[in-house]
Ligand binder design. Structure first.
Ligand code: ATP
Ligand code: MG
Length: 426
């Protein structure tokens, strides 16, 4: 396939740029040993295998990657034969998940290419998996931004750059590969991803890319709800506040979380409260305090829920459910997640009320969401995660402080007694 098959990419066609081992700072020791094992085994069987995507970008920047994705010319079936715990996933494009003990999954994907317009128009049944596989160059050009299209060859220690990602990294900019208008029209989630990378890495958005964002922003809301929800989860798996600020500044929140987004974008006071809670969450995250996804979402939605609850005495669950429906979020939250968030929010409201009035329905302690709700409540009420031995009972004065919380009085320092010298007999 020649570059002219990609009319949109004519402008960004450039010769491949390869950095030798001594010309970059990516340290092999920072790569997950299981990822190295996969690379080694694929290469041993004669396949090309590179580390790719966010991992290479992050390692070159001295950051800790979230995951280590691998790309290869081996087909999913060939990958499956080489490893014990492989699951092939994906309907249109199949890729391999290699499972490791402890729940770790490493994604191994075959080099892939974007279909041309002509190919896109054929009936889906005619699109065979073979048609979707590509060369390393094609794989680079189907990626979203240039800084994500870098490959690391662990055998030679080389960094391979087809799309100008190295230059963008050194210029600290996020640039869509190809014509931003075409790439955003193809997939508007890329708009969000551009904004995310710029915010997370404190990079500039390249001019043409930035100009296309407001033009295609509304398209974001038309993307599949489940995909938008998956992308939203990614915001909560790292530092959330800087990206939420950026999404708000670009007017994208309204296209992701509907009316919540509109309110967050127009009501500074409300968003100020959301921001403060997200800062707490981000601080807890840097201090390795683990929060579940439902706890994080409950924290995020608390300022809104608090205003929904104001003056409501009836079935809070129904009230919350109705208000959530009315928000018409484009990101579709799974039913179970919505239920969990709602349960936590309702319990938090009850805990806050109990703290005010001194009265509590202690039967609520039996609820499965009581513990997560207490953790969220503590962050909202006290601005920090609950210390491990603090319980709601203790805060309500129902239980005494655990023994380890009782500070032992400092030992009294006595001067060593002087031995009396026996009297000399007179
Ligand atoms: P993170 O640090 O958040 O994991 P990442 O760059 O690895 O960042 P992923 O969401 O894990 O992001 O995606 C892996 C890679 O897949 C990206 O680096 C990018 O090259 C490619 N990619 C993901 N989404 C898109 C998209 N919508 N269009 C084109 N390429 C994409
Ligand atoms: Mg990733």
């Amino acid at each position: 396939m020649s570059v002219t098959d990609y009319p949109d990419f004519e402008n960004c066609y450039r010769p491949v740029h390869v950095l030798s081992k001594s010309e970059h700072c990516l340290n092999r020791a920072d790569i997950d040993p299981d990822a190295l094992r996969i690379l080694y085994r694929l290469q041993k069987h004669g396949f090309i295998a590179y580390l790719c995507g966010g991992a290479v970008r992050d390692l070159l920047m001295g950051r800790k990657p979230k995951d280590f994705d691998i790309v290869t010319d081996a087909r999913p079936g060939q990958i499956r034969k080489r490893f014990a715990n492989v699951y092939i996933i994906g309907r249109r494009f199949r890729l391999a998940h290699v499972h490791f003990p402890g729940g770790k999954i490493i994604e191994v994907s075959t080099f892939r290419r974007d279909l041309t317009n002509v190919e896109e128009s054929v009936p889906p049944a005619e699109i065979t998996p073979e048609l979707l596989y590509g060369t390393p160059r094609e794989d680079a050009f189907r990626r979203d931004v240039a800084i994500n299209a870098l490959y690391y060859d662990d055998q030679t220690g080389e960094i391979i750059d087809y799309a100008g990602g190295l230059e963008d990294l050194s210029e600290r900019r996020v640039r869509i590969i190809g014509d931003p208008a075409v790439r955003f029209a193809e997939d508007a989630v890329r708009i969000w991803r551009v904004v995310r990378y710029a915010a997370r890495l404190s990079f500039e958005i390249e001019e043409q890319t930035a100009r296309a964002i407001p033009v295609f922003a509304a398209e974001l809301g038309t993307c599949a709800g489940s995909r938008l929800y998956e992308e939203l989860n990614k915001e909560f798996a790292g530092q959330t506040r800087p990206v939420l600020d950026a999404l708000r500044a670009h007017g994208l929140l309204r296209h992701i979380i509907g009316r919540f987004g509109e309110e967050f974008e127009t009501d500074d006071e409300l968003f100020g409260r959301v921001r403060a809670l997200l800062d707490l969450k981000d601080r807890a995250w840097t201090e390795a305090y683990e929060m579940t996804r439902e706890e994080m979402y409950a924290l995020f939605f608390w300022p809104w829920a608090e205003s929904v609850f104001a003056g409501e005495a009836g079935d809070l669950h129904a009230v919350l459910d109705r208000a959530f429906d009315q928000a018409k979020t484009q990101a579709v939250f799974p039913k179970k997640m919505r239920m969990d968030i709602a349960q936590i929010l309702i319990l938090v409201a009850q805990m806050k009320k109990a703290l005010r009035t001194g009265r509590m329905r202690w039967s609520l302690k039996k609820r499965a969401h009581f513990e997560p709700a207490f953790r969220v409540f503590h962050m909202i009420e006290y601005g920090c995660p609950a210390p491990p031995e603090t319980t709601f009972d203790i805060l309500m004065g129902r239980e005494s402080q655990p023994v380890s919380h009782i500070v032992a009085p400092p030992p009294i320092k006595r001067r060593p007694r002087r031995r009396r010298r026996p009297r000399r007999p007179q």
